[in-house]
Design a protein around this ligand. Structure first.
Ligand code: M6R
Length: 612
């Protein structure tokens, strides 16, 4: 939540800050602001609303200088407004900070500062940090930041600068992500790598409990208690193109269309020829699998949002393919739910960003209780990846749209690979069974492409959905997980109320809401209960509800109980969530588009939720 960027070097800070903020806007867009320092003075520009408002008011002459910091905000303390926008300064205006996270004891700190005569100009928790830094400064900005974070409790990334030392930025990290980028006579700071990838490919990660002093010569790291840390830079070879829209109108649309390639990439080199000539999964680098493959008796999956829906699919895959019972828990529930831990419990934490605060906390709690923690994440070097015992990367590439699409599909592929690997090792799956599913997996990219090639029916249905205030999504088993994900996609970007439930649950209450025309989206790929699904749809039709079914292309029966059928290529039932999610993503996208919504940056949301 919130994006931070910083620059010190021989170039103009303003250009770097605006570019970085553009890349970081997905993290929060309640307001944006920046500050540029020159010897003896700091100039701040900030504005409520999207970055375009800030861009409209920045004066390059007033903001010329070689040292600066910037911020995009997702509001936690204080409404979105100009006065609550970052950066925040102390009373003199000589000390300026930006901050991502929450200062939990800010009320106490604010009361103490007010007793010492400080007048506050915002409602934010962040402002206390600016005053604390100013109060402690005696010529050494690093020491002043150390003092401020010593007072503060919570999760944060803090970045500070002062007009008295216009050659440096000092940052500290406790939980919220921060990375240093190294250039020639210039150094960058940002919440994530893509924000500064245009300028450098050499990075250093700021870890929890570290302070970093950044000058144009580079970055000096130390612990909160002042011990210096040697840190080797690493290089990333990501394509900068992946953070552009590439001819699509929205990142979401682009990311949906990348999915065939993403499915193939997630499988990547993890599928090899077996001794019998058939193909098999080869998931490497999972130490627990190598050391004690039989040591897992149960898998507890924890995640939030779309990643949680991937977990719902994963639970069924692990049970069906590996014979290991599982459970799925929202991370925010798990962390405060006094869960029970037993020998042989593997915790699988799923997170696109690897920075979701609740998921990190649930993972930490599990490790503290002796559970092995396996991360399934998209972001290399993310907090989750670093804290887990083992990691499976999804390799979906940077996902910019707030609504997750390709990262979800990649999670499903990652879980399938893991379930197949565990199933083979446990002896539950024969080589032939594994080979069959692997062959089906291999066929998914071209089947996904076919879905994407014929959007006309979906665009037409989206026009219909856009007229309704409520839409219901139903399905059974794996189809229920897909229905949950379809409903989340629709509500988060179109703002239409959408509710998902198992098909069998409809008649226990929600059927009362079905009146003529009300749309019910039914995911119907589950062969075991197909006849039951048809029965449920009859019940909807009897109330003259409008049934939109997602079904396999050769399903002969579904048409008789549906008003519209979105057909997808047939695949093995256990893999069907990977294909069935795609039309629902498109349906949400085109509905939101029809309604003129802000698709990539829906109101009130942010890409990664790094606060509780
Ligand atoms: O980065 P994570 O996967 O941990 O994020 C979890 C959720 O915040 C995320 O999936 C959210 O629900 C998406 N906006 C859904 O599209």
């Amino acid at each position: 939540m919130c994006g931070i960027v910083g620059y010190v070097g021989s170039g103009q800070a303003l250009e770097v800050l605006l570019h970085g903020l553009t890349r970081l806007e997905y993290r929060g867009y309640d307001s944006a602001g920046l500050a540029v320092a020159r010897p003896g003075s700091i100039t701040i520009a900030k504005a409520e609303g999207k970055l375009s408002r800030l861009k409209g008011i920045v004066d390059p002459t007033a903001l010329s200088g070689h040292l600066g910091i910037g911020h995009t905000r997702w509001a936690t303390h204080g409404v979105p407004s100009d006065r609550n926008a970052h950066p925040h300064s102390d009373t003199s205006g000589d000390f300026v900070v930006v901050h991502n996270g929450i200062v939990e004891n800010f009320r106490t700190l604010r009361d103490q500062l007010e007793l010492r005569g400080v007048t506050f100009r915002s409602d934010t928790d962040t402002e206390v940090l600016a005053h604390l830094v100013a109060e402690a400064f005696d010529g050494d900005l690093t020491e002043a930041v150390r003092y401020a974070i010593g007072q503060a409790q919570g999760a944060y990334a803090l970045v500070a600068m002062t007009a008295h030392r216009p050659d440096r930025i000092v940052a500290a990290r406790m939980t919220s992500p921060l990375v240093v980028g190294l250039g020639e006579n210039e150094t960058f700071l940002a919440s994530d790598i893509p924000a500064i990838l245009k300028y450098t490919q050499r990075f250093q990660l700021v870890e929890d409990g570290e302070i970093v002093t950044v000058t144009e010569a580079g970055a000096a790291f130390e612990t909160f208690s002042g011990n210096p840390i040697e840190k080797k830079p690493f290089t990333v070879d990501w394509e900068t193109d992946s953070v552009f829209k590439g001819g699509f109108d929205h990142f979401m649309e682009k990311e949906i269309h990348e999915q065939p390639e993403v499915i193939a990439r997630t499988m990547g080199t993890r599928i090899r020829a077996g001794a019998d000539g058939g193909e098999r999964v080869a998931l490497e680098g999972l130490r627990w699998l190598d050391q004690s493959p039989d040591g897992v008796n149960r898998i507890r999956i924890t995640a939030c949002g779309t990643a949680y829906h991937a977990g719902l699919v994963g639970r069924i895959l692990f049970e069906q393919l590996a014979g290991i019972p599982g459970e799925v828990a929202y991370a925010h529930e798990l962390r405060y739910g006094n869960p029970l831990f037993e020998e042989g419990l593997l915790t699988l934490a799923i997170s696109q960003s690897g920075e979701t605060a609740d998921t990190l906390a649930a993972g930490r709690l599990s490790r503290e209780h002796g559970s092995r923690l396996l991360a399934l994440t998209n972001v290399v070097g993310s907090s989750l990846a670093r804290e887990a015992d083992d990691v499976i990367y999804t390799w979906a590439g940077p996902e910019i749209s707030v609504a997750s699409t390709k990262a979800y599909i990649a999670m499903l592929v990652g879980e399938t690979l893991l379930a197949l690997e565990m199933g083979r090792r446990s002896g539950r799956l024969s080589p032939a069974e594994e080979g069959e599913l692997v062959a089906e997996l291999r066929g998914l990219p071209s089947k996904a492409t076919r879905i994407l090639e014929s959007p006309d029916e979906i665009v037409r249905l989206a026009e219909e959905l856009a007229k309704w205030p409520n839409v219901y999504f139903i399905g059974r088993g794996l189809d229920h997980a897909t229905a949950m994900e379809g409903a989340l996609k629709l509500k988060e970007i179109s703002y239409i109320h959408a509710e998902a439930m198992p098909s069998g649950e409809l008649k226990h209450g929600t059927l009362a809401l079905i009146s003529p025309g009300v749309p019910v989206v039914a995911v119907a790929t589950n062969p075991q209960v197909h006849s039951k699904v048809l029965l449920g749809l009859q019940e909807v039709k009897a109330r003259r509800g409008q049934v939109i079914a997602v079904a396999f292309e050769d399903d002969q029966e579904i048409g008789s109980v549906s008003d519209h059928v979105i057909r997808i290529p047939r695949t093995a039932h256990l893999l069907s969530p990977i294909l069935a999610a795609i039309p629902l993503q498109l349906l949400a996208y085109h509905t939101a588009r029809r309604l003129g919504r802000d698709i990539d940056q829906p109101r009130n949301l942010a890409k990664s939720v790094t606060v509780e």
